[in-house]
Write a protein that binds this ligand. Structure first.
Ligand SMILES: [Zn+2]
Length: 81
């Protein structure tokens, strides 16, 4: 693990969202919440990797297969000042 703190800032370039949530959200006229607040997901390790699970629709959003590898992961977080 390197000491690159860049990884601890918001780096998301392409959010992963439930397709069904996204379609539902698009039909809402003048939504009073952002998509990121509308979507509710569980994220966790599985037998093969990491899964993102839609709580609203109780279905898989994305399941990343590590294919037996252990990718580097940074669990540190920046303290808000
Ligand atoms: Zn959903």
């Amino acid at each position: 693990m390197n000491d690159n703190y860049e990884n601890l800032f918001y780096n998301i370039k392409e959010p992963i969202v439930c397709e069904t949530c996204f379609k539902e959200y698009e039909t809402i006229q003048n939504p009073d919440i952002a998509l990121r607040d509308y979507v509710r997901v569980d994220v966790g390790f599985t037998q093969i990797g990491i899964q993102i699970w839609c709580q609203r629709h109780n279905r898989n959003v994305c399941h990343i297969d590590f294919e037996g590898n252990r990718p580097a992961a940074d669990f540190r977080s920046m303290e808000k000042k």
